[in-house]
Design a protein around this ligand. Structure first.
Ligand SMILES: [Zn+2]
Length: 362
């Protein structure tokens, strides 16, 4: 991922921060400076940003750990200016599960806000919502306000916010997944138009959010449409059947020859008919520079294999391909490699499907 830096790992999930997150940090720092003009305020501001950052990470962990309960792994968590994104490997199939995963994030902020309110009440300070301000006032009160904001903002029913997913999940209990996504995306785009219009006359930041929401809605509905184009079709219909393979003991130079001679860039590694790994171009390049062209393929191949069956449905496979590092999936029947599924091949398949349905209409 470009423009983001890895900060660490929690519960086996890598946490990244995106460069644009710093915009938010800058905004908070500036609003501090504008109010107080002192070093103490600046330090307080920095601490506040760290606390905010922690709350966003906890929010995303809420999603990730709830998803884990339903057997869905999370690739990583990235922090953006308008919140974090936990990249789940797939969307939970059951609408109720997607609903709970989506709600878990804002729920974390509600719990934090509740705990802070309790702390402030016990401390005798007394919380008056009318007096709360993000740029001034006691640290904990500001943190409380921010968590209320995080929960509220994320529940706006528009992709890519959690509220968009909540809406889709609720619609999907009555409609098909694609129809539910299209409807939720339309609601999101309507909200984006309102945000953009209001933002033009008030806050330019709102225009930026509107754009973000508009793009989120479009990409979500495009994904759902692609999934529906694959609906009901087996892997065997779209798999590659003419391709080169490598044996584990063959040298890397053989992979170089095959790459240059054809258009394949990822090679299945096959041992006695059985797929044991995939050699990606990145693996090949690293292997060549670190070990030399004579070293065996087995030492450089990626063994994080996900094997498909010819009768599996393409829409499931398409979802599983998203965000995977190894983009070539071996198709295996009775333990023998019979085909490959790659994103490029699925793309070609879709174009043919579209051309044929055009013909059907004319
Ligand atoms: Zn969220």
């Amino acid at each position: 991922m470009r423009w983001s830096w890895k900060l660490g790992e929690i519960a086996g999930i890598s946490i990244f921060v995106h460069a644009t997150f710093l915009m938010l940090v800058g905004w908070v720092a500036l609003s501090h400076w504008a109010v107080e003009h002192s070093v103490a305020a600046a330090v307080g501001g920095a601490l506040f940003v760290l606390a905010l950052f922690g709350c966003v990470v906890l929010h995303e962990l809420g999603h990730a750990l709830t998803a884990r309960r339903y057997g869905v792994r999370t690739r990583d968590i990235t922090l953006y200016p308008i919140g974090g994104v936990a990249r789940l490997e797939r969307i939970p199939e059951v609408p109720r599960q997607e609903l709970l995963v989506a709600l878990a994030g804002p729920a974390v902020n509600v719990v934090i806000a509740g705990a802070l309110a309790l702390l402030l009440l016990v401390g005798g300070g007394g919380v008056s919502l009318a007096e709360l301000d993000v740029a001034k006032g006691p640290f904990l009160e500001r943190l409380l306000l921010l968590n209320v904001f995080l929960a509220g903002f994320n529940l706006i029913p528009a992709f890519p916010m959690d509220g968009g997913r909540v809406l889709r999940a609720l619609l999907a209990t009555r409609l098909s997944f694609v129809r539910a996504t299209e409807l939720a995306a339309s609601v999101g785009q309507a909200i984006a138009i309102v945000f953009g219009f209001v933002g033009l006359f008030t806050n330019p930041f709102l225009v930026f959010i509107a754009l973000f929401v508009w793009l989120g809605a479009s990409s979500e509905s495009a994904m759902a449409q692609m999934r529906s184009a694959f609906n009901g079709l087996p892997v065997s219909r779209a798999m590659l059947t003419e391709f080169s393979v490598l044996a584990p003991g063959e040298p890397l130079s053989r992979a170089v020859e095959l790459t240059l001679a054809g258009s394949q860039s990822e090679f299945p590694v096959v041992d006695g008919g059985r797929a044991v790994g995939v050699l990606r171009q990145a693996d090949l390049l690293t292997g060549l520079s670190q070990r030399g062209p004579g070293s065996p393929v087995s030492e450089c191949m990626n063994t994080d294999l996900e094997v498909l069956h010819p009768h599996e449905m393409l829409d499931d496979v398409f979802t599983r391909l998203q965000g995977r590092e190894v983009r070539t999936l071996p198709v295996v029947r009775d333990g023998q490699l019979v085909g490959l599924v790659t994103p490029e091949n699925l793309g070609e398949f879709l174009r043919f499907q579209a051309a044929l349905s055009e013909r059907g209409r004319s």
